[in-house]
Design a protein around this ligand. Structure first.
Ligand code: AMP
Length: 226
């Protein structure tokens, strides 16, 4: 049975980095609701304007809209053998929708929590830089590019900083996380298949552990839907 891997964790925990590695190395499409919403926000429409405003404020986009985006994206052919969710679900309504979707798609859910102490998160998120061409994620503190300010793979591309990755906005996003998303940990913990991983280590060590969790759950066939 195919797997839906949910990467949970606060902003700056490293979910995006891990989702990209899983996509590159295991062929599991990375479904990042943050990226998809940022793409929608680029248009010159009223909807785009609304999405930009909510993202800039560090608040959550409506469940209805995010659920529609996830439904559409995961129904595509490349998701048939499973996928990685990065940044979804973030509310209990989204988690409930995912349960239904998993049943419909015949997928099992594996929830992985990348755990990082709150005091590290601000610095992590504020140090994040992204390549506008390939989306590679760097961190000026923990994973700097070889040449300052440019992507290793696309040296012509200047790295960009997300507008919501300033210290001030990160504080609001962490508050939103605490109030609306962190309670989901209990939801998944209660159903006995939340795997907690120490997110303070090097990305490769975290990746190895996540892959171990996925392989174990495939072997045991234990990751039944909640
Ligand atoms: P991220 O890239 O995951 O940090 O998401 C950036 C922003 O996109 C968030 O602060 C929210 O405004 C919005 N967003 C991303 N995923 C979701 C979601 N599952 N539900 C609601 N809003 C989301």
């Amino acid at each position: 049975m195919s797997k839906i891997i949910i990467l949970m964790g606060a902003p700056g925990a490293g979910k995006g980095t891990q989702a990209r590695l899983l996509e590159e190395r295991r062929g599991l499409p990375q479904i990042s609701t943050g990226d998809m919403l940022r793409a929608i926000a680029k248009a010159d429409t009223r909807l785009a304007h609304e999405v930009r405003a909510v993202q800039a404020a560090g608040k959550l986009i409506s469940d209805d809209m995010v659920i529609r985006v996830v439904n559409e994206r995961t129904s595509r052919e490349d998701c048939r053998h499973g996928y990685v969710l990065d940044g979804f679900p973030r509310t209990t309504a989204q988690a409930a929708m995912l349960e239904r979707l998993a049943v419909e798609q015949g997928n099992n859910i594996v929830a992985v929590f990348v755990d990082i102490p709150f005091e590290l998160l601000e610095k992590r998120a504020a140090g994040r830089r992204t390549c506008p061409v390939c989306g590679e994620i760097y961190n000026i503190y923990s994973k700097p590019p070889k040449s300052q300010g440019v992507c290793d793979i696309h040296p012509e591309a200047e790295l960009t900083q997300r507008t919501d990755d300033t210290v001030e906005k990160i504080k609001v996003r962490l508050e939103t996380y605490k109030q609306q998303t962190r309670p989901l940990l209990d939801y998944y913990n209660g159903s006995k298949h939340l795997y907690t991983i120490d997110g303070t280590r090097e990305p490769e060590a975290i990746y190895a552990e996540i892959v171990g969790v996925i392989d174990e759950s495939i072997k045991l066939g234990s990751a039944s839907t909640v």
